[in-house]
Design a binder for this molecule. Structure first.
Ligand SMILES: *Cc1c(COP(=O)(O)O)cnc(C)c1O
Length: 387
């Protein structure tokens, strides 16, 4: 099959059933049946690859993971009920008591809670590095360090991390390099090219792209995925076949949606930058972005998220959110509908003020997840709220 992204996204399909359907059907079945005792034995002994029970695998979840694997250039993958299901299961598979994790300071809110609230109970230590100081990463490695974990671009600060540099450090020190590629999607960035061992997605965001279902996936090297698969199959945060069916369909349009998301976002980022009342605008493909050259090298387009800081701090931030008319006030992102979020009082409110500042969150900061409405209408709404 062609290796072109769009073709892969559309033409990776499960085998047709006896009904010769064109579009992949939905297999809502919790279990599968066997011809005889021998087939059952062979399947459980894994001598024969086939579906047994939908917590283990299902044709719809397999189609979804096969597709993501091809898009990311990965060997195999496991799908989960949510992005956090994927994040948690990945760490739980590869870390044990006494291990140490090196993570970028700016990570998704619930991932941060996992590190700070739960890891200490399991005696897993975490050290954060600043996304602006990748040169310090190597000095932070300890004898018990097992992995390096990052998101790029980060949420909501939109810092771009040099995946190639981190991939080399991980390889040199034999560490697992894990990347949450949710903000970029495989259309914009494929971390495995830069040395990532495992790539995680919250499929809830741009992969579904229409705000309907939750889902997550981790892809990577075959032997690692085998371990993760066994953990997932025994602990039960499997993706439902229905959600897998939706997500696999969504991937068919990922490229065209991302092209438009990014085009709209770039246009709005430029308009915001020219607007008074705003201290700064962050968007990876704006020339003013501190890692502009890196973003251009590492990403196909700038993504759909913009962050900016209003003059006037917390009060101005909350007021702006209140004045928005069309765009949605929501904590989600990566939807066809444009969403405005106030990170300081919502997604990142669990962080201390000091931690918020360390990852670039201020009271006046707004995160914009640019949707697929006409950009003139989005701008009209933003402009009115700014005035
Ligand atoms: C939303 C998100 C997650 C968690 O995904 P869920 O599907 O909500 O569980 C993880 N990482 C990033 C970067 C996210 O934006």
């Amino acid at each position: 099959m062609s290796s072109n992204f769009e073709t892969t996204a559309i033409r990776t399909q499960m085998d047709r059933s006896t009904f010769s359907e064109h579009s992949s059907p939905l297999y809502l079945t919790s279990s599968f049946v066997f011809e005889d005792a021998e087939e059952m034995r062979a399947s459980f002994a894994e001598e024969k690859e086939r579906n047994i029970y939908s917590r283990f695998s299902n044709p719809n979840t397999s189609e979804f993971t096969d597709k993501i694997c091809r898009m990311e250039g990965a060997e195999e993958g496991v799908a989960f009920a949510s992005g956090m299901g994927a994040v948690f299961s990945t760490f739980a598979t590869f870390l044990k008591a006494g291990d140490h994790l090196l993570s970028a300071r700016a990570v998704f809110g619930s991932t941060h809670s996992l590190f700070t609230k739960y890891f200490p109970r399991w005696e897993i230590a975490t050290t954060y590095f600043s996304v602006e100081q990748l040169e310090t990463v190597e000095e932070l490695i300890q004898p018990n360090t097992k992995c390096i974990y990052v998101e790029s671009p980060t949420n909501p600060g939109l810092a771009v991390l040099d995946l190639e540099v981190l991939g080399k450090i991980a390889k040199k020190h034999k560490l697992l390099f894990i990347v949450d590629n949710c903000f970029a999607t495989p259309y914009l960035q494929q971390p495995i090219r830069y040395g990532a061992d495992l790539v995680i997605h919250s499929a809830t965001k741009l992969i579904d792209g229409q705000g309907r279902v939750l889902g997550g996936v981790t892809v990577g090297k075959k032997e690692l995925i085998r371990e993760l698969y066994l953990f997932a199959r025994n602990t039960g945060s499997s993706l439902s076949p229905f959600n897998a069916w939706i997500l696999s369909k969504s991937l068919e349009t990922l490229a065209v949606r991302m092209d438009r998301h990014c085009q709209n976002a770039f246009q709005l980022a430029q308009l915001l930058e020219a607007q008074e009342g705003i201290n700064w605008v962050k968007y990876p493909f704006l020339k003013s972005h501190p890692q502009y050259d890196l973003a251009k090298k590492q990403m196909k387009l700038g993504g759909n998220i913009i962050s900016f800081e209003l003059k006037g701090g917390l009060e101005a931030g909350r007021k702006f959110i209140d004045k928005i008319q069309m765009c949605s006030r929501s904590a989600n992102l990566g939807d066809s509908r444009t969403i405005v979020t106030h990170p300081a009082s919502t997604t990142h409110s669990k962080l201390s003020e000091e931690d918020q500042l360390a990852v670039g969150i201020t009271g006046g900061m707004i995160r914009l997840s640019v949707g697929l409405e006409h950009p003139e209408d989005i701008w009209e709404d933003l402009k009115n709220a700014l005035n």
